[in-house]
Design a protein around this ligand. Structure first.
Ligand code: M6R
Length: 630
């Protein structure tokens, strides 16, 4: 939520980078725009003053503004792309916000919870405000401390000291970046419960909400801890806590290259990421088992004895990641016989959950920064639980604060609607389930090897679906006028149905619901009327019990009431043809693994329908990729 970039470049006596701050910051904002696109703004320090431009709407509006009214060349700049919290998406509420006679500029991600009381205090001192944002209050507080408490004296600690004092007064979650005309070679930043990473260049340094903010310039990054302040110049990076005590950051290498965060010839990031899915699953499986089918999850640094003593698993996640968790529940309970609950992080955090040292918390998050999930994990840790994170973003906060992490190797996911991360999360959760089964002796090694062999066939099967996407795309385009679409599934097909509905809601802005097929007759069937489109995720006819027969009965129930049924079924399942307007076949696979295949046509359908309506599938309205506020 909100993308943040900072840059200081071109120090004397070092490599002459020749970078203009405006170019670096704009490039970073382009890559970070997926974090929020309600407005964008930039401030540079040049000629002893701050110059800034800001504009509501997407980054392209700011670029047009900059063409009409260029900023001076500069070596120091900050930039912001906003997901609105306090105050609507207007020009006035866009960041940066200025204070100290417009000599100080601040950008912010997060929520300052005590902004109202601070604002009253500043109003009493005669400060005036131009926006409705909590950010402007933080900027004014920083300006007041710098000018009145520190007397604007850089030798008194300057902007860094002012930031420390300001942060001691701020409550809530925030990343703040500030520049001051008095210190033209410095950007000061602070973070509490909100993401920020440092990029290390040669004679230049960077700040970003995540590494994509500077990936075009360096792959050397530094993780910051909670409640830390960092001051960057072209040559130095100094970290302290909010009280000035020096601290160390942890340097790491970013192992993806800028090309992996480009569209690669596809019209949208989302379409490209759907097509990345065979590789996302493959990369997540790679190197995690030996030739004998023995899982080697060396990165799970939790004592095996502790994992053996686990008597309950709680999966914590939000949105699509929570649906991955629901799929994981079926697999983990089946393979390990450990009771497994899946709970939305924000619901878990604010009730009184039963958690103890025998509980294993498995958090699932693509970004690793989702505030609801972070808070839930912290809470569970306080109760003594062991925590494992399934995450796609190296060095992000949730894995850093967890006891262990199992990274998904899906590569950067830029489109706001999650696709490849979902399949990679499910894959990683399967690996975790199999590992626990291996450790606890719930499964023979041969059985684990067989499941792994089936998993290893999945990438090619996804590719097969993608190679035949034209049929489902056509249907999506033809249904552009649909007002409502329902999705049904049983067993692992139920979370797939919910994920299919979520994709349609967030991309095409039409009413969509995913139901457990068996639940229909308990109420939702009243929604069915003549022509109502209903997708049904049908389990394999080769699967267990009478699951397939039950779902086929559910199809007949809705058809009898006028529904137009669209069925996702396994190749060779001829029985469903009689009850479906359209059938999309997916390759044969064991029931538990089927979500890795049955989700894909639903993603393509939502993409095609939303594109046919002319919507921006990468940046759907009102959303942001990474939800860093509660
Ligand atoms: O980064 P996370 O996986 O923690 O994000 C969780 C949800 O915000 C995310 O999955 C969201 O639901 C996506 N927009 C779904 O497409």
């Amino acid at each position: 939520m909100c993308g943040i970039v900072g840059y200081v470049g071109h120090s004397a006596g070092r490599v002459n980078t020749g970078h203009n701050a405006l170019d670096v910051v704009l490039e970073g904002l382009r890559r970070l725009e997926y974090r929020g696109y309600d407005s964008a703004g930039i401030a540079v320090v040049a000629d002893g003053t701050i110059s800034s431009r800001k504009k509501s709407g997407k980054l392209s509006n700011l670029v047009a503004e900059l063409e009409a009214s260029p900023l001076p060349e500069s070596l120091t700049g900050i930039g912001h792309t906003r997901w609105a919290t306090h105050g609507g998406p207007t020009d006035q509420n866009a960041h940066p916000h200025l204070s100290d006679g417009d000599r100080l500029a601040v950008i912010h991600n997060g929520i300052i919870e005590n902004f109202a009381e601070l604002k009253q205090e500043l109003l009493r001192k005669g400060v005036t405000f131009r926006s409705e944002t909590d950010t402007e209050v933080a900027a004014a507080l920083l300006g007041d401390i710098y000018r009145n408490q520190l007397k604007g004296d850089a030798s008194n600690g300057g902007l860094t000291k002012a930031m420390q004092l300001a942060c001691q007064r701020l409550e809530g979650a925030f990343t703040l970046l500030a520049v001051h005309a008095d210190q033209p070679d410095v950007v000061v930043a602070a973070r509490r419960n909100s993401p920020l990473v440092v990029g290390l260049g040669d004679g230049e340094n960077f700040l970003g909400s995540d590494v994509s903010g500077f990936i075009d310039y360096t792959r050397r990054a530094v993780e910051l801890g909670q409640d830390q302040i960092v001051t960057i110049t072209a040559d130095t990076v100094e970290i302290t806590d909010f009280y000035g005590t020096p601290a160390e950051g942890k340097e790491y290498h970013v192992n993806w290259d800028p090309a992996s965060a480009e569209k690669g010839g596809f019209p949208s990031f989302m379409e490209k990421e759907i097509h990345d899915q065979p590789d996302a699953v493959l990369q997540t499986l790679l190197g995690r088992s030996d030739v004998n089918g023995k899982l080697t999850l060396d990165e799970l640094r939790v004592d095996p004895e502790l994992l053996k003593s686990v008597d309950k698993i709680i999966v914590l996640a939000c949105g699509t990641s929570a649906y991955a968790g629901q799929v994981a529940k079926y697999a983990i309970e089946h393979w390990c016989r450990i009771p497994t609950e899946v709970e939305l992080s924000h619901e878990f955090r604010y009730r009184d959950p039963i958690v103890d040292q025998n509980t294993l918390i498995v958090s699932i998050s693509q970004s690793g920064e989702t505030m609801d999930t972070l808070m839930a994990v912290r809470y569970a840790k306080e109760q003594g639980a062991k925590t494992v994170s399934i995450c796609n973003t190296n060095g992000s906060t949730i894995p850093r604060e967890s006891d262990a992490v199992l990274y998904t190797h899906a590569g950067p996911e830029i489109a706001v609607a999650s696709t490849k991360a979902f399949l990679a999360q499910i894959t990683a959760a399967y690996l975790l389930g199999l590992y626990l089964a291996q450790l606890r002796g719930n499964k023979f090694q041969g059985e684990i090897k067989d499941v792994l062999a089936d998993l290893n066939k999945i990438p090619a099967k996804i590719q097969q679906i993608l190679d035949n996407e034209a049929q489902i795309k056509e249907l999506g385009q033809a249904m552009a006028d649909a007002k409502s679409v329902l999705f049904l599934g049983r067993h692992v097909g139920f979370p797939v149905a919910m994920e299919g509905a979520l994709k349609l809601k967030e991309l095409a802005y039409i009413h969509a619901e995913g139901f457990a097929a068996g639940e229909l007759k308990h109420g939702p069937i009243a929604l069915i009327e003549e022509g109502q489109p209903v997708f049904v995720v049908v389990p394999s006819p080769r699967g267990r019990d009478s699951l397939h027969a039950k779902v086929v009965s559910n199809i007949q129930e809705v058809r009898a009431r006028g529904a137009k049924t669209i069925v996702i079924a396994e190749e060779g399942d001829e029985a469903v043809k009689a009850y479906a307007e359209h059938v999309f076949y997916i390759p044969e696979t064991p029931t538990l693994l089927a979500p890795l295949l049955s989700t894909v046509p639903l993603q393509i359908f939502a993409l095609a329908l939303a594109s046919a309506k002319g919507y921006d599938v990468d940046q759907p309205r009102n959303l942001a990729k990474s939800v860093t506020v509660e």
